[in-house]
Design a protein around this ligand. Structure first.
Ligand SMILES: Nc1ncnc2c1ncn2[C@@H]1O[C@H](COP(=O)(O)OP(=O)(O)OP(=O)(O)O)[C@@H](O)[C@H]1O
Ligand SMILES: [Mg+2]
Length: 360
């Protein structure tokens, strides 16, 4: 049952015409009921909340904190209700298609099952930091209006193998009983050497028990695992997943799209995009966005509505040195590169439309 506070909040927000607050509270109640296994009630609450508000009115890319998972699960899962959508992602057309297909398959579960098929539910996203892996899990949850449960790996991994396996079982019980997108972020932590050679075997066993749980059907939830380390992707791991997507550093077109989106409140007509893209080579989408924000802040302080190539270049250089990628446009600077980074030059967009989606 909802607490008195929640009921007061619901009635008050309705009386005050605060639709966003009403929607958020109703969604929180739905997630709380779902966690207690009251899935029908949760579905009803969700559909009533949605009926009362059309999607464009909701603020984009905002995450609503939920009632936290209780009991033994409290230290293992953190829940949120992301509003991120697939359209917010700047990814290749292929990745965009795959993510949308996963959403469509989940929506059509009944039709698929009627023909003896199952929607794909186990996703592995690999690639360098800051390229949109975690954001993609949020976008899947946002599209499906599922809660996003992030598995807290540090809460999961303990000194004692038996205990860790027990905790993993709890998480996978929740995967079965409470529909959602379950994010195992940076699963390399499960395979990593912890505290020396003696731990290698143990960490590997933890990873293996994770993979065994994956072998069981994960329905009705979607499981997303992410990693920065392609070397952990051996065949035994890959075969457990229904879909493996490799994220890459942004190419010229993706860099421009990310910057234009972030700078849409400014005049960017003077920007030399080929030059800026060249300077952004080797940086992640997250870095490119951060550099745009840096240039934007400086423009505001200078009371300017316009962003110039020079200012973006300076911000990009600052970002590069922060990341230890070196000071020249080709990433050959003297500082040691981060071994986790994918240093490959991204493919340039094809002339006929390009590899990356255009800004919406
Ligand atoms: N492909 C992308 N499209 C749009 N925004 C992006 C993309 N990649 C990164 N960003 C921006 O950078 C932020 C960080 O990205 P995200 O956390 O998804 O990276 P990640 O690939 O999970 O990195 P890590 O491996 O370090 O966890 C996002 O919240 C978003 O603002
Ligand atoms: Mg991440």
């Amino acid at each position: 049952m909802a607490s008195a506070q929640q009921l007061i909040g619901l009635v008050k927000s309705h009386a005050e015409g605060d639709e966003d607050r009403f929607y958020d509270l109703a969604m929180q109640l739905a997630a709380a009921e779902a966690q207690k296994g009251h899935t029908r009630l949760a579905e009803q609450l969700r559909s009533w909340a949605e009926a009362g508000q059309s999607p464009p009115q909701r603020p984009a890319a905002k995450t609503t904190p939920l009632v936290a998972p209780r009991g033994d699960l409290a230290g293992l899962l953190s829940a949120s209700y992301p509003k991120t959508r697939v359209v917010d992602l700047i990814v290749s057309g292929h990745m965009d298609d795959e993510l949308r297909h996963i959403v469509a398959e989940t929506r059509m579960t009944d039709a698929l099952e009627a023909k003896g098929l199952r929607p794909r539910r186990r996703l592995l996203l690999s690639g360098p930091p800051g390229t949109g892996k975690t954001m993609s899990a949020s976008a899947l949850a946002g599209e499906l209006k599922f809660p996003l449960f992030t598995v807290l790996l540090h809460g999961l991994i303990t000194k004692y193998m038996g205990e860790t396996a027990q905790k993993l079982r709890l998480v996978f019980d929740a995967v079965r009983s409470t529909r959602g997108v379950y994010l195992f972020d940076e699963i390399d932590a499960l395979a990593a050497t912890r505290g020396g050679e003696a731990d290698v075997g143990e960490a590997r066993r933890i990873l293996n028990s994770f993979l065994q749980f994956l072998d069981e059907d994960t329905g009705p939830s979607i499981i997303v695992a992410t990693t920065n380390l392609p070397q952990i992707l051996d065949r035994a791991i890959l075969r457990r997943f229904d879909l493996v997507l490799s994220y890459e550093l942004p190419d010229d077109q993706a860099i421009e799209t990310a910057m234009r989106r972030r700078l849409k409140a400014f005049d960017v007509t003077n920007i030399d995009w080929p030059r800026v893209s060249q300077l952004a080579y080797g940086l992640s989408t997250a870095d490119v966005i951060a550099a745009s924000e840096d240039a934007a802040r400086r423009a505001v302080l200078e009371q300017s509505e316009r962003i110039e190539t020079k200012s973006l270049s300076t911000s990009l250089e600052r970002r590069r040195s922060l990341q230890g990628i070196g000071g020249d446009a080709h990433g050959t600077g003297s500082q040691a590169p981060d071994p986790k980074r994918n240093r490959r030059r991204p493919t340039l967009p094809a002339k006929d439309g390009g590899k990356f989606k255009a800004a919406k």
